[in-house]
Write a protein that binds this ligand. Sequence first.
Ligand SMILES: NC(=O)c1ccc[n+]([C@@H]2O[C@H](COP(=O)([O-])OP(=O)(O)OC[C@H]3O[C@@H](n4cnc5c(N)ncnc54)[C@H](O)[C@@H]3O)[C@@H](O)[C@H]2O)c1
Length: 411
Amino acid sequence: MKKYVQVGCGFRGIGTYSCPIVKKYSDCAEFCGVYDINRKRATLVSEFAGKEIPVYDDFDQMLKEVKPDAVIVTTKDCDHDYYAIRAMKAGCDVISEKPITTTFEKALSIKKVQEETGKNVTVTFNLRFHPFFRRIKEIVSSGVIGKILSIHYEWMLDTEHGADYFRRWHREYKNSGSLLVHKSTHHFDIANWLLEEEPLYVNAFGTKCFYGPTREKRAERCLTCPYKNSCEFYLDITADEQLRKIYYDCEDADGYYRDRCVFADEIDIEDSVSVNVAYSGGAVMSYSLTAHSPYEGMRLCLNGTEGRMEIATVYRGGIGYDIKSEQTVKIYNRQGEEINIMIPEKSGAGHGGADDELLDRLFRYPNSPDPLNQHADLRAGLMSAAIGIAAGLSMKEKRQVAISEFFEELK
Ligand SMILES: NC(=O)c1ccc[n+]([C@@H]2O[C@H](COP(=O)([O-])OP(=O)(O)OC[C@H]3O[C@@H](n4cnc5c(N)ncnc54)[C@H](O)[C@@H]3O)[C@@H](O)[C@H]2O)c1
């Protein structure tokens, strides 16, 4: 049985990894220890998982004592590289949450150590395991639209989900690399996965006009805000038991406020972005992300040599907007036919069932056949993050960025 330890015991770490490993995978995975800079939060793992899990005060000491087969990295994005590299150097495989990292320098360091150590790095792109996206991949792989020549991709985060990234660490480039890295890494991975090509050139524009210091009635955080009764973004982190325990009850240890104001000065990430990508096999993509849409969903159009596929989903409404969730796929071929494809209903489980399937693959069936290439390795993580990081650079330096400036093999 393989031994696992985890670094980073926040909402994702505890909910998606610690609890299921103990409750569902204890026959095939031994969960041996956790580390977090906030010890209080790390001790919650045992409470939520219902089993005593050793809490370590030092990451390296944990590796030394436990000698785990793999380290699960669920800290904030800018720290993934530090733990992934230390884990590999200590002889462990790495299971890293997305994005693999936030800068080209860090990406290249991870790549170098992986090549030196030969350890396995998995990047947990759960969207590849979502029944909807798996079906899209199957349809594309069947060749019905031929070779994909261009992609038109739009992702909408609503005013609840989208706003959440502006409340805490994600809102600063130095922590998340911006939404183009933190969030869009999922979407770029889907595009790369469907195309089976690597990105070569990136050009981007972005604005921050919705969140950030756009309103005068604001305060440091919702909890103590004098405008809480009138602000539509007010979040009471004490009302939800999980939010209260994981964040509010632990904030005296590190000052991590989960409910900071979405109109704060320190926000430096964009809330609307537009990106163009040219790929190694000749495909081109136009992509946009909006973090303040009335509803949450996406549109993805694939133009191929044999036809066009139009994919649309609506997941839910944002603040004050109730909307029916739906997902549609239409294929237009060159014989004048319009084909409507039925896609399985969303299940209620984590991210539409994607998390369950991902964990099954990671812990129960790591060596089972993978005909759709759903298991994402380090290269996939690097290529997806590279688009977002390059997009940030493109905006900062007002120029087109070649991925080969950093990954020489793409010259
Ligand atoms: N795949 C998905 O759908 C999905 C969803 C949510 C989050 N995530 C990813 O999971 C990771 C965690 O996200 P989250 O929402 O749980 O964040 P979070 O802020 O709730 O948790 C992060 C945890 O890491 C700890 N931490 C911060 N800096 C650290 C450091 N230097 N060393 C050790 N511990 C440190 C914090 O104390 C906290 O407990 C992120 O990388 C995020 O991108 C993925």
